[in-house]
Design a protein around this ligand. Sequence first.
Ligand SMILES: [Zn+2]
Length: 119
Amino acid sequence: METNICSYCHQPLLPQYYFCPNCGNKINSAPLSTTPLSQVGIYAFSIILPMILFIFITRWPGLKYMKSSDPKTKLIGQIAMALLIISTIVTIWLGVVLTQQMIQSSIDSINTDFGSMGF
Ligand SMILES: [Zn+2]
């Protein structure tokens, strides 16, 4: 049950309040943002974080190329970085698509099961 009274100062509250307007104490956790911008942000972060970890854990040689002062060597490093980013995105995209297909096909099979049972 949601309490509509502040547990700190016992003032009445509206359910949509996240902070008590009387005493300023935090009541509820604010809901996580689901705007397109926050979605892009969380997805981008999810893609980039493993990549950064991968680069540092494996001591990815592309980094040395990118830091090079020689333009040609640097270009090789940048191409390698682009390939790494593309392959990461493709891998994640495939993972998302396959997962959605798997969920969809299991939903379909559940529906079919119910259908054959006469619902
Ligand atoms: Zn309060």
